[in-house]
Design a binder for this molecule. Structure first.
Ligand SMILES: Cc1cc2nc3c(=O)[nH]c(=O)nc-3n(C[C@H](O)[C@H](O)[C@H](O)COP(=O)(O)O)c2cc1C
Ligand code: SF4
Length: 406
């Protein structure tokens, strides 16, 4: 099926610094249309489109937009641009190549929800994206897209850019709020949910960068167009960051639900290294390994959930038959032990115990019962951790043992 990219259409074709270039390539048309339609209709379009959040949790965007739209102000919009999931670089490409699109999307979300202010929380390591966004925000103030009476609508809106400091946990929405508020990035207990009490305790719409940019196209092309792409249960354009042992690694835009095989063979040019597929890590470190039996699995939220995996950010890292998987598992276990924020014991202790057990197994000093121990730790973290980090910290490792990768 031929597919015309939309999310990445301008990337590589426009000068990311130039507002006039952005405008000449359809930029700010969605905001102009949104102002014509009015906030209520924009929110209705978002509800009609089955846009599931692209940050990993797959929560319907329209429900959040409606809740914040209806809430009493002051309220906020936050773009989650922390993007720290291993193997994930989709938001980076969007922000570096088309920074005005994210700014337009945040203004549009602010207009639809009658928010007072927007924040873009950018991963600390993304220096180029940060600089480009900073420049673009300044240009938008000069041109009247930000500030008072935007496009003559009477709507006033401001955007503040914030940088993370290298903590994976600060991508978790409530830890991100804490970080913006100047505190240590500890996740909060939910409920209350961000739409009720988010940033500074106020109703907050938080969406991933890719989710927000999809909103521009939903407003411009309509929900019917959006829902016609990919499977009905989770439609729309999708970005798949593809890396590892493929001939052509990079960011792939495709209809949601292409298969793992299509992604690797058609978009990635096939497996490199030995040329023989061994396994792919789908969804980043919080995801799961999928072997050759799952090459025909559609890469969408529901299909992956039905086999006990997760789409997460959409990242796919491919391994060929020549790769020694032991250091890979060690790296994943180290990652979670290092990034656990320590707020709750199951994750604080569980990720450390998991790391230590993997270390001795990798060193050839595994003990009888180690695998069962890993399963017990995984189950405990999944069932009792406060946030998604602990709840997913054992997924990839346990899936590797299921596939007998070591
Ligand atoms: C440990 C952890 C890290 C996360 N990192 C990110 C991230 O970098 N970017 C992101 O958009 N969502 C991240 N999330 C998900 C957010 O908590 C939240 O679900 C998302 O920002 C909501 O946006 P969406 O509905 O558009 O997906 C993370 C979640 C967890 C538990
Ligand atoms: S699950 Fe882990 S990262 Fe999340 S709050 Fe608990 S200790 Fe922190």
């Amino acid at each position: 099926m031929s597919y015309e990219p939309v999310l990445t259409a301008r990337i590589g074709k426009i000068d990311p610094a130039s507002l006039t270039d952005y405008e000449a390539h359809g930029g700010f048309q969605a905001l102009i249309r949104a102002v014509e339609l009015g906030p209520g209709r924009v929110v209705a379009l978002m509800e009609e489109a089955t846009l599931l959040g692209r940050g990993g949790a797959a929560f319907p965007a329209g429900i959040k937009w409606r809740a914040v739209h209806q809430a009493e102000g002051p309220k906020f919009v936050v773009a989650n641009a922390d993007e720290s999931e291993p193997g994930t670089f989709k938001d980076r490409v969007l922000m570096e190549g088309d920074p005005y699109a994210l700014i337009e999307a945040v203004i549009l979300a602010g207009f639809a929800t009658a928010a007072d202010k927007g924040f873009i929380y950018v991963r600390g390591e993304y220096a180029r994206a940060y600089q480009r966004l900073r420049h673009a925000i300044a240009r938008c103030y000069e041109a009247g897209y930000l500030g008072r009476d935007i496009l003559g609508s009477g709507f006033e809106f401001h955007i503040e850019l914030r940088r993370g400091a290298g903590a994976y946990i600060c991508g978790e929405e409530t830890a991100l709020f804490e970080s913006i508020e100047g505190k240590r990035g500890y996740p909060r207990l939910k409920p209350p949910f961000p739409t009720q009490a988010g940033l500074f305790g106020r109703p907050t719409l938080i969406n991933n960068v890719e989710t927000l940019i999809n909103a521009l196209h939903i407003v411009l092309r309509g929900p019917a167009w959006f829902n016609s792409i990919g499977p009905a249960h989770s439609p729309g354009p999708k970005l798949y960051p593809l890396s590892g042992r493929v001939q052509r690694p990079g960011l792939v835009e495709a209809p949601m639900g292409i298969t793992l095989r299509e992604l690797i063979e058609e978009h990635g040019g096939g497996v490199s290294g030995s040329g023989e597929f061994r396994v792919a890590l789908v969804g980043g470190a919080a995801g799961a390994f999928l072997g050759p039996d799952h090459l025909n699995t559609p890469l969408d939220f529901r299909s992956l959930a039905s086999i006990g995996a997760a789409l997460g950010s959409g990242a796919v890292i491919v391994f060929d038959t020549s790769v020694d998987m032991k250091p890979i598992l060690q790296r994943i276990a180290d990652f979670f032990a290092h990034e656990s924020c320590g707020k709750c014991y199951p994750c604080q202790l569980g990720t450390m115990r998991q790391r230590d057990i993997i270390a001795r197994m990798v060193a050839g000093q595994g003990r009888p019962g180690d695998l069962q121990l890993l399963r017990d730790i995984g189950q405990t973290m999944r069932d009792t951790s406060i946030c998604g980090l602990g709840q997913t910290a054992s997924n990839a490792i346990l899936s590797a043992f299921e596939l007998k990768l070591t």
